[in-house]
Unconditional design. Structure first.
Length: 185
């Protein structure tokens, strides 16, 4: 009984913060079983999930890099096309200036040719009018000269052929005297 009293006294002396050996053993067994389960089942799935996620991120980074390269290539192509369009626009403007100058020159030349033609036609018309006026004037002067001569002579000059010849000779003498005066001046 003494043992029982000592054992009972020892049971009372044990620290409540230190667990019993059987609790430690069973806790260790449970921990090892859970550790093995995690090591065998959960960790591979977690590793697989993390690897897939890493691969997806790397794939997205690669896609982003490819998209950036494509965007840079498109920008270079756009810049080249823009420069080419500017050169083409400059060439078209220069061609338009050249065409405008050529057309302006053609219009000026055509206008000058038309002006010369109109001037020549006007000179021909003026000369025709002068000849018509000269002929009309000659006829009137002849008629007046015959009337005047009839009045001076006192008789009628009825012979038209003689009268016309007389007037023509008179006007020719008059023209000759005018030409002589003009030549002396």
């Amino acid at each position: 009984m003494l043992h029982a009293v000592i054992a009972a006294g020892e049971a009372e002396v044990q620290n409540p913060l230190i667990p019993q050996v059987y609790d430690i053993v069973w806790s260790l067994v449970c921990f090892i079983v859970i550790l093995v389960f995690f090591w065998w089942k959960v960790l591979p799935r977690m590793k697989k999930l993390l690897d897939e996620r890493g691969a997806a991120i790397e794939g997205n980074i690669a896609k982003a890099d490819e998209a950036q390269r494509e965007a840079e290539a498109a920008l270079e192509q756009y810049t080249a096309q823009l420069a080419e369009a500017r050169v083409e626009a400059s060439r078209i403007r220069e061609q338009a200036r050249t065409d405008a100058q050529r057309i302006g020159s053609e219009i000026t030349a055509n206008a000058q040719a038309e002006a010369e033609r109109v001037k020549a036609n006007a000179q021909v018309a003026i000369e025709a009018e002068r000849q018509a006026a000269f002929t009309s004037l000659r006829t009137e002067v002849g008629t007046l000269a015959i009337d005047l001569a009839s009045n001076v002579v006192g008789e009628t000059l009825t012979d038209d052929q003689k009268a016309t010849a007389l007037v023509d000779r008179f006007l020719a003498d008059l023209e000759a005297s005018e030409s002589g005066k003009a030549g002396k001046n």
